[in-house]
Design a protein around this ligand. Structure first.
Ligand SMILES: Cc1cc2nc3c(=O)[nH]c(=O)nc-3n(C[C@H](O)[C@H](O)[C@H](O)COP(=O)(O)OP(=O)(O)OC[C@H]3O[C@@H](n4cnc5c(N)ncnc54)[C@H](O)[C@@H]3O)c2cc1C
Length: 1850
């Protein structure tokens, strides 16, 4: 070791037991003086050369010297800090740092470059076993380094120096001690740590960055310049060719003096900054200069002058300057502080006041807002509860009803009628004219003369023309109408000429219905004009029909028809025409001048002088309201009646209406009733006298207060914020006071007008739309109407009348309100109420809605935002809910039954009930799947908003519990289809939950409200379409939701329109037929389905027919069409188009001829209509064509499959779909496969029954069926219906069995090519499956065959080649290759399927007597060539393969003791399934468990993945029952009857039978059954995963978990290559962009590099306590070893990947990629080294043999023990170009096995040896042990009946 280095350096070799010898160095060259001076010894192992003070010494000659002596040369270049790009000096190991020691190395330390590959391998292996330093140490380093970088700034540094000198502290020692950290005693343990991942990654980054650093040339120049100024004697390294001084070494006369002088002159001259020391005082030169050296600060920034000053200081002179920064700084700091201090006062108060005030404002605002919403919310709720059922909703759809029917009765002998009509432009006048025209023929009316005056520049004819062109007269003949210019206020009505025809009747309607008119004006309009009309009638001798008012009396209790005597009319008339004195007095007891003038008129008409000749008819209506039926429903004229106007006022000014109306019955009469009544009186009855045309006691059900409520509801449905309506109703509205009742002026100005103007101003200021302003202005004249109306509303009236009509008051109230809304221009449409309209404040809105708890409000708030962002609008057909409002019974429980097409459905229905309280449906309980409850936060929100979770598959208990919870008043939401329809078809309804409700609910009745939610696009549409491709549903996950949320925010989610509509209520009770009920509900839902252009487009693309045809047929099929949102992205794929097209499946279904397809389209379809249109036929035929095409494509695919050897019975949907070429679209194809397969199976059964009536019998004899071989693939691993398929470059596992099935893997080929550095030729088929199996023919003598058949039955004896070959092979590469290349040299001559222990005994005895060799066959899954037959020269006897798989029963189970006896031929799958039914598990789960058998496990000494919990097979098996070579049953110390005795551990002075049999590989006996340990199915199963930066850290973690004593049932670690493969297996759905970003960020934060990271997957099983404890232990170890948790989903995926890998190997074979796995056990101390060595050695062997590309070798640690672990290797080789790829592969595999053994690994951990590794056994176990075993064999099987010859039994 060179003498100058850091003091701790010698400790390292010393700790390894090496001696340290220091070598002196030359102060000029800083190199070893002469190589001769090196004290070499034979034991010299390493030479450590330190390049000090930034020097870089050439080591070329020293390196060759070391090499020649076998000494390792370590070059410590840490201080050279030269850019990375500089070539390394020649040496074996280089230590380097990247950047200035002071700063960057503080973060990362240094790196070691190991040039020798073998050394590197060993180093890595050792290094890998060290513990990882904690990430907190990294953070500390970051902090320190940041401080140092700040400190490097001269100003700051100057300040620190000054500060330290003020405190009389030595900056030198303080800073030095802080800078470098090589602590004393803990030094060794500290460096024997691996840096935590963050450090590793920062070193990597730094080394890359540092490569780009420019060489600090300026500093070099400065350094050279300084050298020139100083005496050369006092300088070090003057002869070094290359140096990089960052601190200039200099030897002054006095070290301490120069340091303090430096400080004085502001130079940071230090003595120990580098911490270099001379390690041995014997080295004179080094000792000398190290004692006196100081370091002069030379930086890039220094100019020549500065350097000169430094040199002067060194020479003992010195002048101040340069780093006077300290001083300057102090001065500047003082000034700065003063300035800031002075200013800060102002600034501070300003900032403080802003912050404080803002905060205060926020707080006040929050309190006010909170208080306001609380207050409004409470009132809103109170109102909601008080009001009961919504009147509006109830009557939205009802057609108006009047009894008796409205009709004009014909007079017996109708005379010719010519009528004069006044007031025809008024409200009643228009209806009167309409009715006259309508019934003109009936009434024999020849002419109607309408008297009109000129008005606003329009003459009568113009006004008349306008009148007659109004829409109500369209369709009526107006030819009998003549417009007469006139004026009722004038004598003779101002008529220029009278009509030429004889006038028979005059109907006088002209009046002024103003309640504020001065008396004189009212007299003129109402009385004088009537007197003029009377005069005219007199002269024409016509009958007068005069319209008065029912409120003609002053304060009577009952308003009689007879006026009574009362006052003197003539006197009153006189008074009005003069001073009004008398009249005014009388007026006071009348409500207004209108009723007074009408009273006066009537009185005058009864007086002799003023009465008409013909007794007149006087009709007295009460308040005239809009029509019910005629001329149109809700007709209210052009100006609005008083009722309409009031309603309009209230509606348009919901924010400023000011009057409460009292709860009195309204005396209103519909205009059409009035007119019909009057005309019947006039024409039919020819009545004379006075008649009250109104209801006797007002309208039943029509109350003024209720009328206002209906108006508010209309307003809210029209988009008014309910909160605001409530607020203004509460705060602003006044109840009328009797006192102020008539003081119109006072109220008018003070209150309503003021508020009206205020609101108008607000609307103007807030830029309200023109429509709103117009609407508002239109009601200006009505602001005080409610007040003027007060005399008619403040009390209830009673009239004497013969009015016989009756109407439903509530309904009429809704009519009036709707007329009002129409009048004011509101959209009177309740079919499309938009619930996402923008509001003043969504927050206020959601907080003030009447119903809903905190969560519901929160969800409401979030939803309104989300819906606005994602949808064009969400509309509700409020009208469709009116059936429910009418028919639902208050005692029944309401069940909302929405369609289920999206996860949105859950929210949409609740949202609607929340945002439309007018529906009067309380927020429902939602029955949801339990998986929602597991989503963090979402679960809580769902629960809070009323979700009740049921766990599927947990039987009826869960449902019952849920039902009990929902049995309160709140409605419940149930999806009748149970699950979400994934293609919009209506699914078969499910009745389970309904049944449970009926059972729990007793005698209760239920109202089921069908709801349809139509989406243009569902949020899941694309996912569903892609799920169809891969054939599996994605689970719910928070990740998916988060990324969906992100897409919403970024505006990527566009759903178009959403529409909700309800159907008619379906009743359900205990007596109901549930299937019928469910069907009815579904049919109601169907009526609500709507489609848009978007769907039509999809239909057009799917069916290939014209859009117009589709539209017309949809119309004919009664599927409502929507306008839709034109901005939607067109459907992308066929699947997606079908999911859209199937929205109309229910409408098409009844017309489709094929029953199967019709059922599929819609199982609860309606019967087909009798007549259809042409377009419907064309439409349906297009559907049928698609079905036929799909069926045809499927039939062709099945044919193909049958041709290659499949049987129709074994085919699965996925399988067939993989072969379909003519693609129609997944949903249709899938069904086509089912239909065709079912059809073909039916057909083949029928044929079979006809041909072999007794076919079933032979099988019936035995328990299990003979394995047909069809389930299992031949020549490849796994099930026949599961295999990888290539499509372009995308690989897909076609399988329904695995979660990975159907996932597209577009990157797999690229991954292999990249990792193996090869190009895979996807077109070539190197090892295809053989078209025909060829093997040496069976040599079984016919007699023996017959003997076997006689003994075991024909069906149990097989000699077909396929059977023989399969039974002579297992699943190792050589087996599979042999099958594929038809190179199986010898196969068993016959296969016998044994069915019981007795048949085994019989077979063995038969074999013994006939000299046959028996080879037991389990599942044939071994990977050791164990089933390969010995060659004829070794084994001349015929070979019988004994297939055990029909012996697959569980014989008995003793649950109490946890033991079971199981037949040896049972496969893992069977055992697992059957035990699970009893709630038990054996817990043995090798990756082959689907096919391998219990006997096979015993024979091979297998180990399963859950070994940590359940143990290996030897731990699980308690006893074995075997049949030996002479056919004897051996069962140690038990008989079958001993079932009650103990089966467990015993000590018998000898090994137990099972110990001999476990691992015997078919050499000794046949295992017929085993007693095994069984346990209860674990209470809890969880998965987890963790990633680590590298293999060593992962292993450290695994060991930590092992030593915690809390290891999970399974813990496996995949190395980096396997981890990457796992990522590739995530396929195209490998997580959303956001998820990847988050994952990337987490890895970055943890410093985990993807290029080295490894993944550990974990499976926890056991009780909740056990699992929790294990999870805690795992978390602690994760933290300790710098891991990052990867979640349960990844953990699960990791385990599932194992199953796919087995398929992958055989798939890759087709392209010439040979692969195999081999495993071993190794102690921990050797594990890392062994893994590295095997990998390295395989790679080398690969290269040595010239194999194409690179070897892909990866390792996985699978089973853990206290002392070591099981390691699996996977090796893949590209065989292209090789003559004999298989041989090369075997050679390399053997080399790998050798390397394993060399490095301390075992021959095998659990696969065994078979013939594959037989040659290694003897050496591993020792000859004598082998001899003992052979002796045992002789005893058990003396005749070698079991001559399989595995392992040592050659
Ligand atoms: C994809 C895959 C994954 C695997 N994963 C695992 C794993 O996780 N753990 C593991 O331990 N192994 C694993 N293996 C290896 C293999 O599955 C095991 O060795 C298994 O125990 C073999 O059982 P088997 O029933 O298929 O026996 P076979 O392959 O049929 O026979 C194996 C040997 O046992 C003898 N034998 C079979 N049955 C009896 C009997 N009743 N009496 C006497 N001798 C008998 C046979 O003669 C033969 O010598 C895997 C293999 C594959 C292909």
């Amino acid at each position: 070791m060179t003498a100058v280095t850091i003091p701790q350096m010698p400790m390292i070799p010393k700790s390894l037991g090496l001696n340290v010898v220091a070598i002196d160095i030359d102060p000029d060259t800083l190199d070893i003086k002469s190589h001769e001076t090196i004290p070499w010894s034979p034991e010299t192992k390493v030479l450590v050369f330190s390049h000090v003070f930034g020097s870089r010494v050439d080591l070329t000659s020293l390196h060759s010297l070391c090499k020649s002596r076998g000494v390792l040369l370590v070059s410590d270049e840490a201080e050279c800090y030269s850019p990375h790009s500089q070539p390394l000096l020649p040496c074996d190991v280089t230590l380097r740092s990247h950047g200035l020691i002071k700063n960057y190395t503080a973060i990362s330390g240094a790196t070691a470059h190991i040039n020798d590959p073998r050394l590197l391998l060993k180093f890595r292996a050792v290094h890998g076993t060290w513990r990882v330093s904690s990430s907190s140490s990294y953070r500390l380093k970051i902090l320190k380094s940041s401080l140092l970088i700040i400190l490097s700034n001269p100003t700051v540094y100057g300040l620190v120096l000054k500060f330290l000198s003020l405190l009389s502290l030595s900056h030198d020692s303080l800073i030095t001690s802080l800078l470098r950290g090589f602590p004393g005693p803990t030094f060794l343990s500290r460096i024997k740590q691996r840096p935590c991942p963050q450090i590793v990654s920062s070193v990597l980054r730094l080394s890359l960055v540092y490569t780009n650093f420019e060489s600090p040339s300026k500093r070099k120049i400065n350094s050279v310049y300084l050298n020139s100024l100083l005496p050369s004697k006092s300088l070090l390294g003057t002869k070094v060719s290359e140096h990089n001084h960052w601190l200039h070494p200099y030897i002054p006369p006095s070290k301490s003096e120069l340091v303090s002088k430096g400080l004085k002159y502001n130079f940071d001259i230090t003595g120990g900054a580098t911490q270099l020391v001379c390690i041995d005082s014997e080295c004179v030169e080094a000792e000398r200069f190290m004692k006196g050296v100081v370091y002069l600060p030379v930086s890039e920034e220094m100019g020549k002058e500065e350097i000169g000053r430094l040199a002067e200081v060194c020479k003992g002179k010195g002048r101040k300057g340069g780093y006077e920064v300290g001083k300057v700084f102090w001065g500047a700091a003082a000034v700065g502080v003063t300035v800031v201090w002075v200013r800060w006062g102002v600034l501070r108060s300003l900032v403080t006041s802003i912050v404080v005030n803002l905060w205060m404002l926020i707080k006040i605002g929050a309190v006010l807002f909170g208080g306001l919403t609380y207050y409004v919310g409470r009132i809103s709720r109170r109102n909601y509860e008080r009001k009961g059922k919504s009147k509006l909703l109830k009557h939205l759809k009802t057609g108006a009803k009047v009894t008796p029917e409205l009709r004009i009765q014909e007079p017996e002998s109708p005379q010719e009628e010519n009528i004069i009509l006044t007031g025809a432009t008024g409200f009643i006048g228009r209806v009167m004219l309409h009715t006259l025209l309508q019934h003109s023929t009936q009434l024999n009316i020849k002419n109607v003369y309408v008297v009109l005056r000129s008005k606003k520049d329009k003459v009568a004819s113009q006004r008349g023309a306008e009148l007659l062109t109004s829409s109500i007269y369209s369709g009526l003949s107006t030819s009998i109408v003549t417009i007469l210019q006139g004026d009722v206020s004038l004598p003779n009505l101002g008529l220029k000429s009278r009509p030429s025809t004889k006038i028979t009747k005059v109907i006088h309607l002209a009046a002024s219905v103003s309640f504020t008119q001065p008396l004189k004006d009212a007299y003129a309009c109402n009385t004088r004009s009537t007197l003029n009309v009377v005069e005219l009638c007199k002269s024409l001798e016509a009958k007068l029909c005069h319209f008065s008012t029912a409120f003609i009396h002053n304060d009577a209790k009952v308003y009689k028809q007879d006026l009574g005597k009362g006052w003197d009319a003539k006197a009153v008339q006189k008074s009005i025409e003069t001073d009004c004195h008398y009249a005014s007095k009388l007026l006071k007891s009348y409500p207004n001048t209108y009723s007074f003038s009408k009273h006066l008129t009537e009185k005058l008409l009864s007086l002799p002088g003023t009465s008409p000749k013909i007794p007149p008819l006087i009709i007295r209506p009460s308040i005239v309201g809009p029509s019910i039926l005629h001329p149109t429903p809700n007709f209210s004229g052009s100006k609005g009646t008083t009722v309409t106007a009031g309603s309009a006022y209230y509606l348009s000014s919901l924010g400023s209406s000011v009057w409460h109306l009292p709860p009195n019955k309204a005396s209103v009469v519909p205009v059409d009733l009035l007119v019909y009544y009057s005309l019947n009186k006039l024409f039919f009855e020819n009545a004379e006298g006075t008649f009250n045309a109104c209801f006797e006691k007002g309208v039943e059900g029509f109350e003024w207060e209720g009328f206002l409520e209906v108006n508010s509801e209309i307003g809210c449905l029209g988009g008014k914020d309910r909160g605001r309506v409530v607020l203004q109703e509460e705060v602003l509205c006044r109840t009328f006071s009797e006192e102020g009742g008539n003081d119109v002026e006072y109220y008018h100005d003070l209150y309503p007008v003021f508020l009206y103007n205020l609101r108008l101003t607000y609307l103007k200021l807030t830029n309200a739309s023109k429509q709103t302003l117009d609407r508002f202005k239109k009601v200006r004249n009505f602001v005080d109407l409610p007040m003027l109306f007060m005399p008619f509303t403040k009390r209830e009236f009673e009239f004497e009348t013969d009015f016989k009509y009756s109407i439903e008051g509530e309904m009429y109230m809704v009519n009036c309100a709707r007329a009002g809304s129409k009048f004011v221009g509101f959209n009177d449409e309740y079919k499309n109420v938009n619930v996402t309209d923008s509001r003043w404040s969504d927050l206020f809105w959601c907080l003030t809605m009447p119903v809903g708890n905190f969560w519901i409000r929160l969800v409401g708030f979030a939803l309104v935002k989300i819906l606005r962002m994602t949808t064009a609008n969400v509309t509700v057909d409020v009208e469709s809910f009116s059936d429910y409002a009418r028919s639902a019974s208050p005692d029944s429980k309401l069940i909302l039954c929405p369609t289920h097409r999206s996860l949105f459905d859950f929210m949409i229905v609740s949202f609607i009930t929340f945002s439309l309280p007018e529906l009067k449906i309380y927020n429902p309980f939602i029955i949801a799947d339990n998986q929602f409850s597991k989503l963090p936060l979402i679960g809580t929100i769902c629960k809070g908003s009323g979700a009740i979770f049921i766990e599927r598959g947990k039987g009826s208990k869960g449902v019952e519990r849920a039902v009990k919870q929902v049995m309160c008043q709140r409605p419940v939401e149930v999806f009748i289809e149970g699950t979400r329809s994934r293609d919009r078809r209506f699914l078969k309804p499910k009745t389970g939950f309904l049944r449970a409700m009926l059972e729990v609910g007793g005698e209760r009745d239920y109202d089921m409200l069908p709801i349809n939610i139509s989406y243009e696009r569902t949020p899941e549409q694309e996912t569903m379409a892609s799920e169809m491709n891969v054939g599996q549903k994605k689970g719910l996950g928070i990740g998916g939701l988060v990324s969906w949320g992100w897409n919403v925010l970024s505006g990527k989610v566009k759903l178009g329109r959403v529409h909700v509509t309800a159907g008619s209520v379906v009743n359900m009770s205990k007596k109901s037929n549930l299937n019928h009920v469910a069907k009815q509900v579904q049919q109601q839902q169907m009526t609500g389905v709507r489609v848009s252009g978007y769907h039509v487009k999809a239909l057009q693309q799917s069916l290939g027919i014209d859009e117009e045809v589709i539209k017309t047929s949809l119309e004919d099929l009664k599927v409502p069409f929507w306008e839709g949102d034109c901005k939607l992205k067109a459907p992308q794929s066929k699947n997606e188009r079908w999911t859209l097209s199937l929205a109309v499946a229910h409408a098409v279904a009844p017309h489709v001829k094929s029953q199967e397809w019709a059922d599929w389209l819609c199982s609860s379809r309606l019967p087909p209509p009798r007549n259809t249109s042409e377009s419907v036929d064309a439409f349906v035929q297009a559907w049928e064509r698609a079905f036929e095409r799909a069926e045809h494509a499927v039939e062709t695919a099945i044919e193909k499959l049958v041709k290659v050897g499949f049987e129709v019975d074994g085919l699965k949907v996925e399988h067939v779909l993989g072969y379909v070429e003519d693609r129609v679209g997944r949903p249709i194809e899938e069904e086509a496969v089912k239909i065709v397969l079912a059809r073909q199976k039916r057909e083949s059964r029928r044929v079979a029954q006809e041909q072999e009536p007794n076919a079933g019998e032979a099988l019936a004899k035995s328990g299990a069926p003979i394995p047909t071989g069809q389930e299992e693939a031949f020549g490849a691993w796994g099930f026949a219906d599961s295999k990888f398929v290539l499509d372009g470059k995308t690989v897909t596992l076609h399988s329904d069995r695995y979660s990975l099935g159907h996932r597209r893997l577009p990157k797999l080929v690229d991954f292999l090519e990249k990792e193996m550095k090869t190009k895979i030729d996807l077109a070539r088929s190197v090892y295809p499956l053989p078209e025909r199996v060829r093997v040496t023919p069976s040599r079984l003598p016919p007699a023996i065959k017959e003997g076997l058949m006689a003994l075991f039955g024909v069906e149990c004896v097989k000699t077909e080649d396929v059977e023989r070959v399969r039974h002579g092979t297992g699943h190792c590469l050589s087996d599979v290759l042999k099958i594929r290349t038809n190179e199986v040299k010898r196969a068993p001559d016959v296969v016998v399927y044994v069915t019981s222990q007795d048949t085994v005994v019989e077979l063995v005895k038969f074999a013994k007597s006939q000299r046959l060799c028996l080879i037991p066959f389990g599942g044939g899954t071994n990977v050791t060539e164990a089933l390969q037959c010995p060659s004829y020269d070794v084994e001349p006897r015929c070979i019988v393969s004994v297939d055990m798989r029909r012996m697959n029963k569980i014989i008995w189970v003793n649950k109490e003791d946890g033991v079971a006896k199981i037949e040896a031929g049972a496969t893992g799958r069977t055992i697992q399934e059957e035990l699970a039914q009893m709630g038990l598990t054996m817990g043995h789960q090798p990756d082959s468990y689907e096919f391998s058998t219990l006997g096979g496990w015993v024979a091979t000494r297998a180990s399963g993945m859950l070994k940590n919990k359940y143990g290996n097979i030897e731990d699980i098996v308690r006893e074995v029952v075997v049949v030996d070579g002479s056919g004897e049953i051996m069962w140690q110390h038990h008989k079958e009857e001993d079932q009650g005795k103990s089966f467990g551990r015993g000590s018998f002075g000898m090994p137990e039978l099972k110990d001999l049999v476990i691992g015997s590989e078919g050499n000794l006996c046949i295992v017929t059954s085993c007693v095994v340990r069984v346990r209860k199915v674990p209470e809890k199963t969880e998965f987890s995963s963790v990633v680590f930066n590298d293999f060593g850290a992962g292993l450290g973690f695994m060991r930590a978990v092992q030593s915690s004593g809390l290891k999970p049932a399974s813990i496996r670690m995949m190395d980096n290559a396997q981890f990457k493969l796992g990522q590739v297996f995530k396929g195209s759905e490998g997580g959303s962009g956001l998820k990847k970003v988050v994952q990337g960020a987490a890895l970055w934060w943890k410093g985990i590099e993807t290029s080295s990271m490894v993944a550990v997957t974990l499976k926890f099983e056991g009780s909740a306590i056990e699992v929790d404890a294990q999870q805690k232990a795992v978390s602690a170890a994760t933290k300790d070893w710098g891991g990052l948790a990867g979640g349960g989903e990844n953990g699960k995926a990791g385990y599932e990947l194992t199953f796919a890998i087995a398929y992958l190997r055989d798939f890759a074979l087709s392209f010439g990629l040979l692969a195999e796995s081999f495993e071993t056990f190794v102690n921990y101390s050797k594990l890392n080294v062994m893994v590295e060595c095997v990998k390295q050695r395989v790679r080398e062997a690969h290269v040595e043999r010239g194999v194409c590309g690179e070897a892909l070798v990866s390792a996985r640690v699978t089973q853990l023990y206290e002392d070591g672990a099981c390691v699996y290797f996977y090796y893949i080789m590209d065989s292209s170009g090789l003559k004999d790829g298989n041989r090369t592969f075997s050679e390399i595999e053997e080399i790998a096995r050798g390397t394993i053994l060399e490095n301390g690994g075992n021959l095998s951990h659990h696969h065994g040896v078979g013939k594959h590794r037989a040659k290694f056994v003897k050496e591993r176990v020792g000859g004598s042990v082998v001899d003992v075993m052979r002796g045992v064999k002789k005893e058990i099987d003396g005749d070698n009946v079991f001559g399989v010859r595995n392992g040592v039994f050659e």
